[in-house]
Ligand binder design. Structure first.
Ligand SMILES: *[C@@H]1O[C@H](CO)[C@@H](O)[C@H](O)[C@H]1NC(C)=O
Length: 195
C-alpha cells in the first residue's frame, strides 16, 4: 500500500478513536452524577458493582493486546507479560501480519498500550486467566462475511496487508471504546473510574 493511502487511513482511524474517547470524557464531566472533582471524605475507592464492569473490559483488552502484539511482532502476551495471562491458553491462529514499516511500529505501540490497560485493570480490581481467543484469519473472515451478509471471495485475511489489518483493528477497539463509554456512567468508585 502506498504511503499516502496509509496516512489518510491512519488519520481517519485516529480521528474516529479520539472522537469516541472525547465523547466518553465529555459525558463523564457533564453528567457525572456521583464522582466529584475531588474525592469526598469517606469515599469508597472501589464499589463491588464496578468490579464486574471493569473485569468485563479485561476480555477485550486481552483480545486487543494479543491481536496487536502478534500482528506487529509475531508473539504476544505470553512473551511480553506472561504474568498477566494468569495461565490462560495461548490465542488460536494469531500471527505476524504483512505490515509496512510505519503501520507495524504504530501497531506495536498500540500493543504495549493494551498491556498497560490490562495491568491497570488487574491491579485495580483483580483479573482472571486470559480466555481462549480465536484470532485465526478464518475467524475474521467469518466476521466480515457476516457483516457483508455474503461470503467474500477471496476470504478476508486481516494479516495479508496493512489495509486489511487496520480494517480489522478498527472493528476490534471500536467495540472496546463504545463499551467504556457505555460503562463509564455506571462506574461509581473513584478508583475504578480513574482507570
Ligand atoms: C476459529 O474460528 C474459525 C472460524 O470461525 C473456525 O473454523 C475454527 O474452528 C476456530 N478454531 C478453533 C480451534 O475453535
Amino acid at each position: 500500500m502506498d504511503t499516502l493511502l496509509t496516512n489518510v487511513f491512519l488519520s481517519a482511524l485516529f480521528m474516529l478513536m479520539f472522537s469516541v474517547m472525547n465523547s466518553a470524557g465529555v459525558a463523564s464531566i457533564l453528567e457525572e452524577p456521583i464522582c466529584g472533582p475531588t474525592y469526598p471524605p469517606g469515599a469508597i475507592p472501589i464499589y463491588p458493582d464496578d468490579v464486574h464492569l471493569l473485569q468485563f473490559s479485561l476480555n477485550l483488552e486481552f483480545l486487543e493486546a494479543d491481536y496487536f502484539l502478534y500482528g506487529a511482532l509475531g508473539y504476544g502476551l505470553d512473551k511480553i507479560a506472561p504474568e498477566l495471562v494468569m495461565g490462560g491458553p495461548p490465542p488460536i491462529g494469531a500471527q505476524k501480519a504483512n505490515l509496512d514499516k510505519l503501520v507495524r511500529r504504530i501497531i506495536e505501540e498500540f500493543g504495549y498500550q493494551e498491556v498497560g490497560h490490562i495491568r491497570a485493570i488487574i491491579t485495580t480490581v483483580g483479573g482472571f486467566p486470559r480466555p481462549l481467543l480465536n484470532l485465526s484469519a478464518s475467524n475474521f473472515a467469518t466476521i466480515m462475511n457476516n457483516a457483508f451478509e455474503h461470503p467474500l471471495d477471496p476470504p478476508f485475511d486481516p494479516y495479508a496487508n496493512s489495509l486489511n489489518y487496520m480494517l480489522a483493528s478498527y472493528v476490534i477497539p471500536y467495540v472496546g471504546l463504545t463499551g467504556y463509554a457505555g460503562a463509564n456512567p455506571f462506574l461509581k468508585g473513584w478508583k475504578t473510574k480513574r482507570v
